[in-house]
Design a protein around this ligand. Structure first.
Ligand SMILES: *[C@@H]1O[C@H](CO)[C@@H](O)[C@H](O)[C@H]1NC(C)=O
Ligand SMILES: *[C@@H]1O[C@H](CO)[C@@H](O)[C@H](O)[C@H]1NC(C)=O
Length: 393
């Protein structure tokens, strides 16, 4: 097995290593009637919150699941727009009533011995319903959040029923720690110290950083190493190893980033992300093609090497352009603080200016050599710049 076959095996095994695990978490739960892009395992009372946030009208569609309850329990989930937890909680309540049907309604809580009777909340709730399946109560609701706010304290509970009347919930154990902070726009949650599910936002940030560093910075750098170092005779064959190392690291990190993207995508299917996803899949295919191209390249003096060079350069430039385009697509989706996008634009300008200077310098050197040797070779003609190096095999 030659070195490049080994390198390829390393690349493939790293991909398998980095491939997202299908861990059982809240996102593995599927609802028959809707897909929720965000979810969080709540730190108490075996509960989960799933939601879609609509920025256009600052509304949310939620599915709150409270597992391990019976038909003689009531279940509640509430947002508290104030500073309290229970006091002021704008609640959704559900239980199976004496008719045998699941009854879901809204109820504003004031004080610590509320009636829990139906009432209107401080924000609009266009729809609320619930179903009892597999020992879990699932509350579904559409909520129009108060203008300009996406972050709240939320609280959840269960207690016993006496006929059709909800009774006070126990004041012990997890019934006292069933509250937290939630931001429906960013997915950021904070709990009371018990283990909560890693926030979706963190996964998206990891995805962003991995891909910007690999596809967005290392790959263009690796291409520059190949194009501009080989003009220095002393850098032969060092440029080649630098190029391969750079692109191989970029590919490994890039494939890891790509995997995190697929995972994020499968957690939140949505038409608005198809372009980003399709470019991402194309990039993975083209990047992998480049790895094969490396293994299959003809010797420098082979008659097909000329065509191989054209092919390798064309795919390489396509990968770099698509990568940069897709990173900007990603910035639009992730919508991070402006400074991150500006920082990346800064890096691109830096790379671009250096590429321009090095390009000019390369032409200067190549033309000078041509004059001296009387050769008629131009950069990129036949073996062109590769004629300067011709390293391979
Ligand atoms: C808010 O907008 C989304 C689309 O962006 C729509 O599906 C949803 O029904 C709207 N919700 C409300 C409460 O108007
Ligand atoms: C029981 O629940 C059904 C379905 O939500 C509702 O229509 C009915 O009014 C409820 N009855 C009582 C007594 O709460």
């Amino acid at each position: 097995m030659d070195n490049f076959s080994k390198l390829f095996l390393v690349l493939i095994s790293s991909f398998l290593l980095f491939a997202p695990s299908q861990a059982q978490d809240c996102s593995a739960y599927t609802f028959s009637n809707n897909v929720y892009t965000a979810c969080n395992r709540l730190p108490a009372l075996s509960s989960f919150i799933h939601w879609n946030y609509h920025q256009a009208n600052n509304s949310i569609d939620i599915a709150y699941r409270h597992t391990g309850v019976t038909t003689s329990n009531w279940v509640a989930w509430a947002l508290n727009p104030g500073t309290g937890r229970m006091d002021g909680a704008q609640s959704l309540i559900a239980f199976r009533n004496s008719t045998g049907l699941v009854y879901a309604y809204t109820s504003p809580i004031t004080g610590y011995s509320p009636t829990m009777r139906p009432g209107t909340l401080s924000f609009r709730v266009p729809s609320v319903r619930a179903e009892f399946v597999d020992n879990q109560m699932i509350l579904y609701a559409t909520i129009e959040l108060p203008p300009g706010r996406t972050s709240f304290t939320h609280v959840w509970q269960h207690g016993d029923l006496s006929g059709d009347a909800p009774q006070a919930h126990p004041f012990t154990g997890e019934h006292l720690s069933s509250y937290g902070a939630i931001d429906f726009a960013t997915g950021r949650t904070a709990d009371t110290g018990a283990t909560g599910e890693g926030s979706r936002q963190r996964k998206r940030n990891v995805h962003g950083v991995l891909n910007v560093v690999s596809w967005g910075i290392l790959m263009p750098l690796g291409a520059m190493a190949a194009r501009y170092l080989k003009v220095f005779k002393a850098a032969n064959p060092a440029w080649f190893y630098l190029h391969v190392t750079c692109q191989a690291s970029a590919y490994i990190v890039g494939v890891a980033g790509w995997g995190t993207g697929l995972k994020l995508g499968s957690d939140s299917p949505g038409v608005e992300r198809t372009t980003h996803r399709n470019i991402g899949i194309t990039l993975f295919a083209l990047g992998t093609l480049q790895v094969f191209a490396l293994l299959l390249r003809p010797k420098p003096d082979h008659k097909y090497r000329f065509y191989w060079n054209i092919y390798h350069h064309a795919i390489g430039y396509a990968v770099i352009s698509l990568s940069i385009a897709n990173i900007f697509e990603g910035f639009d989706i992730l919508d991070p603080e402006k400074k991150w996008k500006q920082a990346y634009i800064g890096v691109l300008i830096f790379l671009g200016v250096n590429a321009l200077l090095l390009e000019a310098f390369t032409w200067f050197v190549v033309l000078k050599r041509k004059r001296e040797s009387g050769s008629d070779k131009y950069p990129h003609a036949t073996n062109g710049m590769n004629g300067v190096n011709g390293y391979g095999a």
